[in-house]
Design a protein around this ligand. Structure first.
Ligand SMILES: N[C@@H](CCC(=O)N[C@@H](CS)C(=O)NCC(=O)O)C(=O)O
Length: 340
């Protein structure tokens, strides 16, 4: 039996047992015994999850898993990354091959219900866009009637693409690929006129092209793509930990706590800061973790702003603006519930 079929079968079995809570509370125990977290990431998307020549992974999605490892083990390096295609990713999580999926995955109603999964938060507010060869002379997505469009299989992108063309009464010829590198090569070779994916990824894919300046991202954003980490149904304790690893980073940015000043901040008189850093209260016990786990996440991985900037923002080659991903206090949508 091939890997995909085995995964589908195991996933179906897990979904059945998850309904009976066979997994409740067990994920953390299994992880502690194993000594590392198994994190599913993308196949290679600069800024989100990308392995260098030495096999070291970098990116926002990667850092989310490092934060969870820092929370659980006090050591952000205790994580093993599994690159997954869009088609493989949900099955890999459902079957238990990975503990958490952090792979530019859009939070949708079906994934969050019938697929047996729980989204733990939103690491990046995205939306779908189009990348076209400038020589096509197209200025708007509404001019794409009759276009051949490269798209990744097993994604919301595929579904939105056909909805958009149908709504605008345009003829579409999609070509779907399993890997983003294949769609990018196809665009360069002129097999498709347009490449569509989440906007952030269009910028990431464009810098991988031989002549990035020959291509332009069209202004239309045709969907909402809230990307976030995902866990299986049936283990609330693990769900809470993954959820709060991200919330801690967002709260830290709001409070001005960074990887550099975290030790200094422990002396702060502000009770919110003291609670978050584990100087007061017992927020460790609440999660079955060490009392300083939130401080360790910030020290080893950084606050949300630091993670954003170094991977996709001003400190990275992508130079993506914070936009919707700015904190709510700065006009954006990033907002975390309070630690209390
Ligand atoms: N956010 C969308 C699309 C996710 C997706 O897989 N996009 C492709 C297009 S760039 C990708 O990330 N590919 C990365 C890869 O192949 O490694 C979803 O959840 O379905």
């Amino acid at each position: 039996m091939n890997r995909a079929k085995t995964l589908t079968l195991t996933a179906a079995m897990v979904l059945l047992t998850a309904a009976g809570s066979a997994y409740a509370g067990k994920t953390l125990d299994a992880i502690k015994e194993r000594g590392f977290i198994k994190c599913g990431v993308s196949d290679g998307l600069p800024g989100f999850s990308y392995a260098d020549e030495k096999g070291n992974y970098n990116g926002i999605d990667v850092d989310v898993c490092r934060a969870v490892a820092a929370a659980v083990f006090g050591d952000a390096t205790k994580v093993k990354f599994t690159p997954l295609t869009a088609k493989e990713r949900l099955t890999a999580l459902q079957s238990g091959e990975i503990d958490v999926l952090s792979r530019n995955t859009t939070w949708t109603s079906s994934r969050d219900s019938a697929q047996g999964l729980n989204f733990t938060g939103i690491t990046y507010y995205d939306g779908q866009g189009f990348l076209v060869n400038k020589k096509l002379g197209v200025k708007s997505a509404k001019q794409l009637d009759g276009a051949t469009v490269c798209v990744q299989a097993g994604t919301t992108t595929e579904l939105n693409l056909s909805d958009y063309f149908r709504t605008n009464k345009m003829k579409l010829t999609p070509i779907s690929y399993d890997k983003s590198d294949e769609s990018a090569k196809s665009l360069e070779a002129g097999r498709c006129d347009v490449l569509t994916s989440d906007q952030s990824q269009l910028y990431a894919q464009r810098i991988k092209l031989a002549k990035p300046d020959d291509y332009v991202v069209l202004p239309e954003v045709i969907s909402k793509e809230p990307l976030g980490p995902v866990v299986r149904h049936g283990d609330d304790e693990w769900f809470d930990i993954v959820k709060w690893a991200l919330f801690v980073m967002v709260n830290a940015e709001e409070m001005g706590i960074t990887s550099k000043n975290v030790e200094e901040m422990k002396k702060s008189a502000n009770p919110d800061i003291r609670r978050l850093l584990g100087v007061e209260g017992d927020k460790g016990k609440d999660f079955g973790l060490n009392n300083d786990w939130m401080a360790v996440v910030i020290k080893q991985v950084g606050n949300y702003g630091e993670v954003f900037d170094r991977n996709v923002g001003k400190g990275s080659p992508l130079k993506i603006e914070r936009g919707l991903n700015a904190l709510w206090t700065q006009g954006g949508l990033q907002y975390a519930p309070p630690v209390r």
